[in-house]
Design a protein around this ligand. Structure first.
Ligand code: ADE
Ligand code: ZN
Length: 346
């Protein structure tokens, strides 16, 4: 058992920035910064609804998940070509590497883009090519998780899976995103069963705005291996015990929860309670271009608000590798690098 040395509060942000980490909850379309959005619009001959980057950024004020999803969807309209998907993913991976993300599991969806007349092939090819290049360019490993949009039908999710199957080798898993309330996980039981039979890893957003019941059904009906968000679990003691007992990881996104008003302040965030209960929580950015920060900003602001320590930093970074879908030898290599960082931090 590695013993974490105490670190003074003022040195903690430096440790948080330096420590290697995995990011397991990032929607690639949510990493599209306004500057790149405008550049892509121009390249594709499209007119933006806002006159400039600053006025677009000023529009990023949200009341809840749905008010965010509406503006997020509008932003995806600039993505038209394989190179657009490549450039967006390349930009995220460069930014993530600067935050010492050494491994990323990236969410994307094809349904948004097929709805705009693109093929799933264009989306997946661009994303995958950027992930491959990032390994040599930035020394970061990255894999792709295809999310079904839960406000659409089960039939549409089946069609989405079908269209992605020629690219099965480029996918590590399947997820479930978009409007949570009114769209419980069980709506997608059969298509998740099919994905499972194909050997894909399974995750789902649950308990972001939705009730603990959605986390239970993501686990028991969809049979997911991780829960995205899951912060509402603190309302259900039996669920907390189940998550800890079965080592189900939660990919928590504090700044997202703040901006979408899941918690009124970061000081009220449930991350500390989740860790206290022995749950494998991780810290992630969700949609960093919209929520005011990439992964390190999530770490530093949340640690300051909740008074977390170097011990928590160690636990969260460790959890990120333990909960990832990388093989055991790669996990060991990343965990060794993490231990070295802590040992050498003076
Ligand atoms: N898609 C992008 N960000 C999301 C979030 N926070 N919840 C659900 N779906 C999303
Ligand atoms: Zn998300």
């Amino acid at each position: 058992m590695f013993e974490v040395k105490p670190v003074a509060a003022e040195r903690l942000p430096e440790l948080l920035r330096l420590m290697p980490k995995a990011e397991l909850h990032i929607h690639i379309e949510g990493s599209l910064e306004p500057e790149l959005m405008f550049a892509l619009a121009q390249r594709n001959g499209l007119t933006m609804k806002y006159p400039d980057v600053e006025s677009l950024r000023r529009a990023y004020v949200f009341d809840d998940l749905q008010s965010f999803l509406d503006i997020y969807h509008a932003g995806t309209l600039v993505l038209r070509t394989e190179q657009d998907f490549y450039d967006m993913t390349h930009a995220y991976l460069a930014r993530a590497a600067a935050d010492k993300v050494v491994h990323a599991e990236i969410f994307f969806d094809t349904q948004t883009h097929t709805g705009h007349g693109l093929s799933a092939d264009v989306v997946i090819s661009g994303l995958h090519r950027a992930c491959v290049d990032a390994r040599t360019e930035f020394g970061i490993s990255a894999s792709l998780i295809l999310c079904f949009l839960r406000h659409l039908s089960e039939q549409e999710a089946f069609e989405c899976l079908e269209q992605a199957l020629p690219h099965r080798d480029k996918l590590v898993g399947i997820g479930l995103a978009s409007s949570e309330l009114g769209h419980p996980p069980e709506k997608f039981a059969r298509v998740f069963a099919k994905a499972r039979a194909l050997g894909l890893h399974l995750v789902a957003h649950a308990g972001e705005e939705g009730p603990p019941a959605y986390i239970w059904s993501a686990l028991d009906v969809l049979k997911v291996e991780r829960i995205d968000h899951g912060v509402q679990a603190v309302k259900d003691a039996a669920l907390m015990a189940r998550l800890a007992q079965d080592r189900i990881a939660l990919t928590v996104c504090p700044l997202s929860n703040l901006k979408l008003r899941v918690f009124a302040t970061l000081a009220q965030h449930s991350l500390g309670q989740l860790l206290q209960a022995g749950i494998t929580a991780t810290v992630n950015s969700d949609d960093p271009a919209y929520f005011g920060g990439y992964i390190n900003q999530n770490f530093t602001e949340t640690f300051a608000a909740l008074g977390l320590t170097a011990q928590h930093a160690w636990q969260l970074a460790r959890n990120s590798f333990e909960a990832s879908f990388i093989d055991d030898s790669m996990k060991k290599r990343y965990l060794d690098r993490l231990r070295e960082t802590f040992e050498n931090f003076v």
